[in-house]
Design a protein around this ligand. Structure first.
Ligand SMILES: Nc1ncnc2c1ncn2[C@@H]1O[C@H](COP(=O)(O)OP(=O)(O)OP(=O)(O)O)[C@@H](O)[C@H]1O
Length: 554
């Protein structure tokens, strides 16, 4: 059990996410005045310990401390309460109420989709939680079934939204982890995918995706790589499943609007969903059905949506993903979202997002320096680099590590590879994380290096495989049974074995046959054999005589 601060003890992990691990934990002592809930010794709580890379980022720590009061005051029946925030050395942790129940993702996997009424009522409660947090200026930004915990109250499922503020904490441009996107591609709003400014409307988009998944079992834009999913958010309309009633579809469509200004406020969404749930049930009255049919009128947008504070460099509107960005981007912005020339301009998916550059401002000859890349771009570039490192290459069969038998090598063994491979690498190579085990590093023509790494190497002949290194002569095999190699020892062993065998056999014959009696009676060996033979022949003749007489007696 590991202590967290002086007040809590971690007991067992409950689950692991992208931003940290959640533990079941126990309170050791009552927390101080800085905690929202002091708690009692022995009380069980849940603690999310943020990943080390987050905890080591000064940006995140600063935001963690700054937002402490916001997170601690966020209370609502459908929000998992944050009780305390712990900063201790390189550890950042959120102490929460422990919710005894599955998360919605697991529930859906185990039980399948909900009915339209149940889905509408459950999402209405999530919308209530969002309305409360938006009113307090807090945007969740990572709404998804895994962040909805299901407590059981009076025999009913009670959804509770968790992980508030985590996306915002983790969204730090200073992190090496900017290669990863903080959020979930299947739930990312188009404006977040494009790096445009975000508001509380991103949570409404998330609620729309969640609602869709609740009634169909899967999110509307899934499958493929993260970038493909993003493209679909930007360019595709959700397909309506036949099982979704009209009024519910109206709500889903409005929540999934590409334009954040068309999405309803959280408060209106909650009201609309309750109206729909009342009007699509089997016992609905005509008035309720009529109200549900007119639900579109209830879905008014939020006149003043809560803004997501921008982390510098994290959401750069000038850096976008390829696709339909041009149609949605502010043309009056000082920079363009698409390349101003070059092949594939404007074609969805054709532009390389890593090549997106602002246009040359009037009066300037050379293009400006590329700006800080958007996290998605960095991610794409990292993925591309990874691909380059693992590209298919020619491999000399003699160098194939899978084919080579392991050899015992003396420490001062001659080099396995031609001398040029033994040259010390330039320092930047040594800093690269090793991509494969060192002893099997392939020869230069087979290995990929980024251009700047290639210069220090001597000229190569890329088409010729490296000469095969001389094989190390094998050690003569040694027989462990006779390590000193005494001549004739094998034969001696056989003789000894035979003698022991004879002794044992002789003892058994003496003990188990009438030999002892015969010797006692003074019979000679041959006399005893003769007696035995005559006894046996008498038995045989008696036996054949008795079988030959039987038919005559009948
Ligand atoms: N307050 C809590 N009480 C009980 N279990 C919890 C609590 N908070 C989270 N969990 C459980 O811990 C697990 C991990 O939670 P976490 O929030 O890290 O997962 P995640 O949402 O998939 O991750 P992330 O949002 O970081 O990608 C989940 O399975 C969740 O059910």
């Amino acid at each position: 059990m590991r202590p967290v601060g002086s007040k809590y003890l971690l007991e067992e992990p409950l689950g692991r996410g992208a931003t940290g691990t959640v533990w079941r934990a126990r309170q050791r002592e009552t927390a101080g005045a800085e905690a929202a809930v002091a708690g009692q010794p022995g009380e069980t709580v849940a603690i999310k310990v943020l990943k080390e890379e987050l905890a080591n980022d000064p940006d995140v720590v600063m935001r963690f401390l700054r937002e402490r009061s916001v997170l601690l005051r966020l209370t609502h029946p459908n929000i998992v309460r944050t009780r305390d925030l712990v900063v201790e050395g390189d550890l950042l942790a959120l102490v929460m109420d422990l919710v005894d129940g599955p998360d919605l993702h697991r529930y859906l996997r185990e039980n399948g989709p909900l009915t339209p009424v149940a889905a509408a009522l459950l999402t209405a409660q999530i919308a209530d939680a969002l309305a409360a947090s938006h009113a307090d200026g807090v945007v969740h930004r990572d709404l998804k079934p895994a962040n909805v915990l299901l407590a059981e109250r009076d025999g009913r499922m009670h959804p509770m939204l968790t992980d508030f503020g985590i996306a915002r904490l983790a969204d730090s441009p200073g992190l090496t982890r900017t290669h990863e996107f903080v959020g979930t591609p299947a739930y990312v709003a188009p404006e977040s995918a494009e790096g445009r400014p975000q508001t509380s409307a991103v949570d409404i988009y998330g609620a729309g995706i969640l609602l869709y998944e609740l009634v169909t079992g899967r999110p509307p834009f899934g499958g493929g790589t993260a970038l493909e999913v993003l493209h679909r958010h930007l360019s595709e309309e959700p397909r309506r499943p036949s099982t979704v009633p009209d009024p519910l579809w109206t709500v889903i469509e409005r929540c999934l609007s590409k334009d954040p200004d068309r999405r309803p406020s959280a408060e209106n969404l909650a009201r609309a969903l309750r109206t729909v749930a009342a009007g699509i049930g089997v016992h609905s009255t005509p008035a309720q059905i009529e109200a549900a049919d007119g639900v579109g009128a209830l879905l008014a947008p939020d006149p003043s949506p809560a803004a997501v504070p921008e982390a510098p460099g994290a959401a750069d509107p000038t850096q976008v993903l390829p696709g339909n960005a041009a149609a949605q981007y502010d043309p009056a912005a000082p920079t363009s979202v698409m390349p101003t020339s070059g092949p594939g301009r404007g074609a969805p998916g054709a532009a390389d997002p890593t090549a997106v550059m602002p246009p040359v401002p009037p009066g300037q000859d050379s293009p400006p320096q590329p700006q800080e890349p958007h996290p998605w771009q960095t991610q794409l570039r990292a993925a591309r680099d990874r691909n380059e490192q693992t590209q298919v290459q020619y491999l000399d069969p003699s160098q194939d590590p899978l084919r080579r038998r392991p050899q015992r090598q003396a420490p001062q063994q001659p080099p396995q590879y031609p001398p040029q491979h033994q040259q010390p690498r330039p320092p930047q190579h040594q800093q690269r994380p090793p991509q494969r085990p060192q002893p099997y590093a392939p020869p230069p023509p087979q290995q990929y290096y980024p251009p700047q790494h290639q210069q220090p190497h001597p000229p190569r002949q890329p088409q010729q495989p490296a000469p095969r290194p001389p094989r190390e002569p094998r050690q003569p095999r040694q027989r462990s049974a006779n390590p000193m190699r005494i001549p004739g020892l094998g034969c001696l062993k056989g003789c000894l074995f035979t003698i022991v065998l004879f002794i044992v056999a002789g003892w058994l014959i003496w003990e188990l046959t009438p030999l002892q009696d015969w010797v006692a009676q003074g019979k000679s060996y041959w006399q005893a054999i003769g007696d035995a033979v005559s006894t046996v022949s008498t038995w045989v003749s008696e036996l054949s005589g008795s079988t030959g007489n039987t038919p005559a007696g009948q």
